[in-house]
Ligand binder design. Structure first.
Ligand code: AMP
Ligand code: DBH
Length: 545
C-alpha cells in the first residue's frame, strides 16, 4: 500500500521553511525535547496516577519498539479508538516514533464508520479499550475484522480476551526504530464529512507542529500550565488547539477526564489545578449552569476555550459570567488546517461576537461571493483558505478534492463568514448540507442513504433545524413507500445499521412529496424552510449524546 502524502507546491514549501514555520522536527522529537528539558515534571495526570515526562518518553520508546516488532512498517495505518486515558498518548507517540500513522477515530464511532475508515486507510491495526461507557469494543472489533482485509492486530487496553493485550506491548524492551521524515505525513485526521462519509486528512509533522507551537503561544501555555482534555482526545481541537500536543510542547501537564460532565470534570479541575480546557457550545451551556452551584474549586481555570460550532453571543456572555476568573477564548478551526482564535487580551466585544483570527500571518483567507469575487469587509461570503498548515488534498479522494480545493490550492471550507477590517471572522453558517449538532458533525447525505435503504421509505432528506440547546438538530423528512413507517422504528433501523448514536435523526416528519427546483431536483432549501417554520419546539436531546 502506498504511503499517504501531502504536497505543497515547491515555492510554498520553500517559503514556509525559510520563514521558520516548518522546522524539520517530528512529533516524536518534540516529546523527546520536552522530556530532556523537564524530565521530572508531570506530563500526564489522571484518575489513578501521574506520568512524568521521563516516564512518558520511556513508555513511548517501548511501545514504538513493540509496534515495529509486531510487524507494523513505516507508513502503515492504525485506527486508534481510545477514550481520554493516558494510554492514548503513549500509543499515539509510540506510533509516531515507529513511523506508523494513527487514524483518529472517535469512541462514538460504530461498525459502519470503523469499517469505512479501516478499509479506506487499509488499516493494519486497531487499538481499543476493553469497554468504555458501557460499550464493549472487543465485540465491535470482532464484527469489523473480516470486512477490513488489511487488519492484522487488534490491541486492547485492559482485558484483551482473544485480542492482543496492550500491557504486553508496553513491557517490550527498546529496540531499533526507523528514521522519520519530518516532511512526511504523521497521521490521518477525520473531516466532519460534508458529503457522504467523512474523509481522511493527511497532516505532516512539519505543518502540524507549526500550528501546535503557535497555538501554545497564543493560548499562553508554559511549564506551569495544566491543560485538561475534556472533549474526545483524538479530535483535532483537543489534539492541537493547543490541545495535548501544545501542552506537551510547552512542558505543561495534560490532565485527563473520562467524562466531560461537571460531576466528573470539575473535581479533576480542582484536584490538578487545571488552567485551561476546551469545550463545544452545548457543553459550555451545561458547565455554565453547573458552575453557578458547584462546590468544586474552579479558581485555577484561567482560559476557557469554546469552539467546534458557533457560540452565540448570549451563551458567550453567560459563560463569562459563570467563570469570572477565566478568559473566554473562541476557537474556530477545522481538521483540514486553518484555526482562528480570539486573543487572550482582546476586548470583551471581540470575545463575545467573533470567532477570532487566524494563527499565522501566512494564513491566506478569502471571503468570496458565489461567483468567487472577494466581498467587502463585514459582508457575508464563502471562506476559502490556504497556508502553512492547511492541506492541499484529502487522502485518496479525487472527486472530493476536485470539489473542495480551487485550482490555485485554496480549501473551500464550506463556511459562510464575514471578516472585519482587522481580519477577525464571524461564522454565519454553512453553505453545505452538514448538520453541526452541538459540535458533532452529521452529514445529511450519509443519513439519507441509510433511510432510503428502508423498505417503507421512498425518499428522505435530512436537514438542520435550529435548536436552542444544540445549535442545530437533525430532522429527517421522509416520503413513505406504501404505509408510513413509525418514527421509532426508523430510528431503530438507523441504530441497527451500526451508526453512532449522535447520527440518529432527532425528529422524523412524514410528508407526501418534496418540493422541487426548476429542473426537478429536490429543493433542500425549501424543505429546510418549511421544517423550520413547523418545528420550533426545543429538542429533548440529551447532553453529549
Ligand atoms: P471538522 O470538519 O469536523 O474539522 O469541522 C470543522 C467545521 O466546524 C468548520 O468548518 C466549521 O463549520 C465548524 N466550526 C468549528 N469551530 C467553529 C466555531 N468556533 N464557530 C462556528 N463553526 C465552527
Ligand atoms: O471543529 C473543529 O474541527 C475544530 C474546532 C476548533 C478544530 O479542528 C480545531 C479547533 O482545531
Amino acid at each position: 500500500m502506498t504511503r499517504p502524502t501531502q504536497v505543497w507546491p515547491e515555492e510554498f514549501a520553500a517559503r514556509y521553511r525559510a520563514l521558520g514555520y516548518w522546522r524539520g522536527e517530528t512529533l516524536g522529537d518534540m516529546l523527546r525535547a520536552t522530556a530532556a528539558r523537564w524530565p521530572d515534571r508531570d506530563a500526564v495526570l489522571f484518575d489513578g496516577g501521574r506520568w512524568s515526562y521521563a516516564e512518558l518518553d520511556a513508555r513511548v520508546d517501548r511501545l514504538a519498539s513493540a509496534f515495529v516488532r509486531l510487524g507494523f512498517r513505516p507508513g502503515d495505518r492504525v485506527l486508534v479508538q481510545l477514550p481520554n486515558i493516558p494510554e492514548f498518548i503513549a500509543v499515539v507517540f509510540g506510533l509516531f516514533r515507529a513511523d506508523v500513522l494513527p487514524v483518529f477515530v472517535l469512541p462514538a464511532h460504530r461498525r459502519a464508520e470503523i469499517e469505512h475508515f479501516g478499509r479506506h486507510a487499509d488499516a493494519v491495526g486497531y487499538v481499543i479499550p476493553d469497554t468504555f461507557g458501557g460499550f464493549d469494543y472487543r465485540s465491535l472489533a470482532r464484527e469489523v475484522r473480516s470486512s477490513i482485509p488489511s487488519l492484522r492486530h487488534v490491541i486492547v487496553v485492559g482485558d484483551a480476551e482473544d485480542h492482543t493485550p496492550y500491557a504486553g506491548l508496553e513491557a517490550t524492551p527498546v529496540g531499533p526504530l526507523p528514521p522519520v521524515d519530518p516532511s512526511s505525513v504523521a497521521f490521518l485526521q477525520l473531516s466532519g464529512g460534508s458529503t457522504g462519509f467523512s474523509k481522511l486528512i493527511p497532516r505532516t509533522h512539519d505543518d502540524y507542529l507549526y500550528s501546535v507551537r503557535e497555538s501554545a503561544a497564543i493560548c499562553g501555555l508554559d511549564e506551569t500550565s495544566v491543560f485538561m482534555a475534556t472533549l474526545p482526545i483524538g479530535h483535532n481541537f483537543t489534539m492541537s488547539s493547543p490541545g495535548i500536543l501544545g501542552a506537551l510542547y510547552a512542558g505543561s501537564a495534560v490532565a485527563l477526564t473520562r467524562s466531560p460532565v461537571p460531576d466528573v470534570a470539575f473535581p479533576i479541575i480542582e484536584r490538578f489545578r487545571v488552567t485551561i480546557t476546551g469545550l463545544v457550545p452545548p457543553l459550555a451551556l451545561i458547565w455554565e449552569q453547573a458552575a453557578r452551584t458547584t462546590t468544586a474549586d474552579l479558581s485555577s481555570l484561567k482560559v476557557l476555550q469554546v469552539g467546534g460550532a458557533k457560540l452565540t453571543a448570549e451563551l458567550a456572555r453567560r459563560v463569562r459570567e459563570a467563570f469570572p476568573q477565566a478568559i473566554l477564548q473562541q476557537v474556530f478551526g477545522m481538521a483540514e488546517g486553518l484555526v482562528n482564535y480570539t486573543r487572550l487580551d482582546d476586548p470583551e466585544e471581540r470575545l463575545i461576537h467573533t470567532q477570532g483570527r487566524p494563527i499565522s500571518p501566512d494564513d491566506e483567507v478569502r471571503v468570496v461571493d458565489d461567483e468567487g469575487r472577494e466581498v467587502s469587509p463585514g459582508k457575508a461570503g464563502h471562506l476559502l483558505t490556504r497556508g502553512p498548515y492547511t492541506i492541499r488534498a484529502y487522502y485518496n479522494a479525487p472527486d472530493a478534492n476536485a470539489r473542495a480545493f480551487t485550482a490555485d490550492g485554496f480549501y473551500r471550507t464550506g463556511d459562510v463568514v464575514s471578516r472585519d477590517e482587522d481580519g477577525y471572522l464571524t461564522v454565519l453558517g454553512r453553505a453545505t448540507d452538514m448538520i453541526n449538532r452541538g459540535g458533532e458533525k452529521v452529514s445529511a447525505e450519509e443519513i439519507e442513504d441509510h433511510l432510503i435503504a428502508h423498505p417503507q421509505v421512498h425518499d428522505a432528506v435530512v436537514v438542520a433545524v435550529p435548536d436552542p440547546y444544540l445549535g442545530e438538530r437533525t430532522c429527517a423528512a421522509i416520503v413513505p413507500r406504501g404505509e408510513a413507517p413509525k418514527p421509532a422504528a426508523l430510528k431503530a433501523w438507523i441504530r441497527q445499521r451500526g451508526l453512532a448514536a449522535y447520527k440518529i435523526p432527532d425528529q422524523i416528519v412524514v410528508v407526501d412529496s418534496f418540493p422541487e427546483t426548476a429542473v426537478g431536483k429536490t429543493s433542500r432549501r425549501d424543505i429546510r424552510a418549511a421544517l423550520r417554520a413547523q418545528l420550533s419546539a426545543p429538542s429533548q436531546a440529551a447532553p453529549g449524546a
